[in-house]
Design a protein around this ligand. Structure first.
Ligand code: UD1
Length: 408
């Protein structure tokens, strides 16, 4: 591989920002917004309740002044997990909301009990039936201390959304610390929210009476960065990945373990891999700052051709190992018991017809396809479009032969 790619804006940062735009009656503009189907699905949900959303040249504009409906039933809610974040913002703005259960990639059971328990502590009464949850508060939401059982990204974001306009102070203990949460908090602070402690496990939010519209430039997507970096780690060669930042994502440490040479540049990172990837004796997915579950399928694809035996433990989403069946079709030697996979590196992968099971398994299969001899066809690629913009063009820019055939 050889070439340059500019890394798109972050999916997991822009989705909560879109929910935050619903908190105020002014216009919010998000630049460098990725052209991916999850963003468009979230935009449809916001439009369905009365918001006005436009997208042009990677610039997303949301005018939430016209939102009237408190019932979010649009079928897209079932397609994207992040739609659940509209619960926090609608409760904060209107004191009530009814929302269909959110969907998203079926990478695990993905309950929302942490979100609901936190809302109860803030004075929300909920009633649930088979398809939807009704949430309502008699007076305004009230700040309180909330301790999360697990540092859930979505629950942390939803609580923050509810808390920024609540009465008093909300303390989140055991909050998620992902960089997307930090950027999301900076976005809200620019809107006028009072938040402290983002990036640590204690986040403190002092409710304010009003937020205002802003213009924001979105940072690069660290998982998309990791995807193209892993392609280089698996296929060999050199690539420059432009991130508009001189601070490398934490995930570069795993690239060093795979044997890559890394050079930090003023606006991005160069990755070079001259040999077969190293094996990694043991790695476990963990909440940030641990190795991300979203990078696990990418890493597994690379390790399938490493020079030894590796073990991956998946501690967050139980269905991620479905990709193993697809990698085996390409000649990979991977066994697993429960949430532990043992990957014995092979010298060759071969092309095959494979299917994406979710967004990141689709990306992992693209990496494996680049590493394999012969042609690989990845179907159900709509999963990939949820989070990757122009993936085929970018793979070509990096020297792979790739083409796109629309799903029938
Ligand atoms: C977000 C990311 C996703 C990433 C994940 C973990 C977005 C849009 N998605 O998903 O890409 O893989 O974080 O980094 O940002 N849990 C419960 N009850 C809850 C909430 C979560 O048991 O109420 C469990 C989940 O089943 C899972 C774990 O907590 O095992 C982590 O989930 P969470 O961090 O909430 O993931 P998401 O916000 O859905």
């Amino acid at each position: 591989m050889r070439g340059e790619v500019r890394i798109q804006g972050s999916k997991n940062a822009v989705l909560p920002m879109m929910a935050a735009a619903v908190l105020c009656e002014e216009i919010t503009v998000i630049e460098n917004c990725p052209d991916i189907s999850d963003v468009h699905a979230m935009a449809e949900v916001i439009e369905d309740i009365g918001g006005c959303v436009t997208y042009e040249n990677h610039c997303l504009t949301i005018d939430a002044a016209g939102i009237r409906s408190k019932s979010i039933e649009e079928k897209k809610v079932k397609e994207i997990r992040a739609s659940v974040l509209l619960t926090g913002s609608m409760l904060a703005r209107f004191g009530k909301v009814t929302i269909d259960y959110p969907g998203g990639c079926s990478i695990g059971s993905r309950p929302i009990d942490f979100h609901i328990k936190a809302f109860h502590k803030m004075g929300v009464v909920t009633t649930e039936d088979e398809s939807c949850i009704r949430c309502e508060t008699n007076s305004s939401l009230r700040g309180t201390a909330i301790e999360l059982e697990f540092p859930s990204v979505g629950a942390t974001e939803n609580i923050i959304l509810a808390a920024v306009l609540a009465k008093g102070v909300t303390w989140i203990q055991n909050a998620a610390r992902e960089p997307e949460i930090v950027e999301f908090c900076h976005f809200l602070q620019t809107m006028g929210a009072k938040i402290k402690g983002e990036g640590t496990e204690h986040i403190i939010i002092q409710g304010v009476s009003k937020l205002h519209g802003i213009k924001w430039r979105l940072g690069a997507d660290r998982i998309v960065f990791l995807t193209y970096a892993m392609m280089v780690a698996g296929c060999g060669g050199e690539a420059y990945l432009e991130t508009d930042s001189d601070t490398p994502p934490k995930e570069i440490t795993v690239l060093s373990r795979l044997g890559c040479q890394i050079r930090l540049e003023s606006k991005g990172i160069s990755i070079q891999q001259e040999s077969r990837p190293n094996s990694i004796s043991y790695i476990c997915t963990r909440p940030y700052p641990g190795f991300p579950t979203d990078g696990q399928s990418l890493l597994m694809a690379v390790l399938s051709k490493s020079g030894g035996i590796s073990t991956i433990e998946e501690s967050i989403f139980e269905n991620r190992f479905r990709m193993i069946r697809q990698l085996r079709k390409m000649g990979a030697n991977i066994d697993y018991v429960s949430n532990r996979a043992r990957i014995t590196g092979v010298t060759k992968l071969h092309g095959a017809k494979v299917e994406a099971d979710d967004l990141r398994s689709g990306a992992g299969l693209l990496i494996a396809a680049g590493m394999a001899e012969g042609i690989t066809t990845v179907s159900r690629e709509h999963f990939i479009h949820r989070g990757y913009e122009d993936v085929v063009t970018h793979m070509r820019k990096l020297g792979l032969t790739a083409k796109y055939r629309r799903e029938e």
